[in-house]
Design a protein around this ligand. Structure first.
Ligand code: OAA
Length: 157
């Protein structure tokens, strides 16, 4: 059960410790409020690392995938998202696209992405895991807490 956080209240309480990601991600998962420790992947139109990492124990973490904003291929679909649920991940935030929107909306998982595309990604495994990301000028470091709800995303500095 994910904690029901409210990012606006959290910002009022702890704003000086938090950065707000202004990108207008779409809420695509069955859980609209989610939070957890950050894990990260940087990749580009290739989702082999996303599948691998979400197939390992999440222990309530949130995977942030910087797909560098490409909407040309889907970095996650329903099979990978189901594996994330089975492995105890709290959520997945993708600076890129997903597919299988209708199935994703029914899963007990927080999912944010820029949009969707039915075209699958390459599977070569090019990319990096647990590296610092910068998305829209906000630094996202592995291990810090991230909070997401319909208002947006807050991440510890
Ligand atoms: O296989 C993929 O690239 C992603 C996908 O469709 C799924 O997770 O179901």
């Amino acid at each position: 059960m994910s904690e029901q956080i409210n990012t606006a209240d959290l910002y009022d309480d702890r704003g000086e410790e938090l950065e707000s990601v202004a990108v207008q991600f779409q809420n695509l998962g069955g859980h609209t409020h989610f939070s957890g420790q950050v894990r990260t992947i940087r990749c580009f139109e290739d989702n082999a690392l996303v599948k691998t990492v979400l197939g390992t124990p999440g222990e309530g973490a949130v995977l942030v995938v910087d797909g560098q904003g490409s909407l040309r291929t889907a970095l996650m679909g329903d099979m990978i998202a189901e594996s994330a649920v089975a492995n105890g991940w709290a959520g997945v935030i993708i600076n890129g696209a997903v597919r299988d929107r209708e199935a994703l909306a029914r899963l007990p998982l927080g999912i944010k992405a820029l949009g969707s595309n039915p075209k699958k990604s390459a599977k070569t495994g090019v990319g990096e895991v647990d590296v610092q990301l910068v998305i829209d000028r906000v630094r996202i470091q592995p291990g810090v807490m991230i909070y997401s709800d319909p208002d947006g995303i807050l991440v510890e500095r």
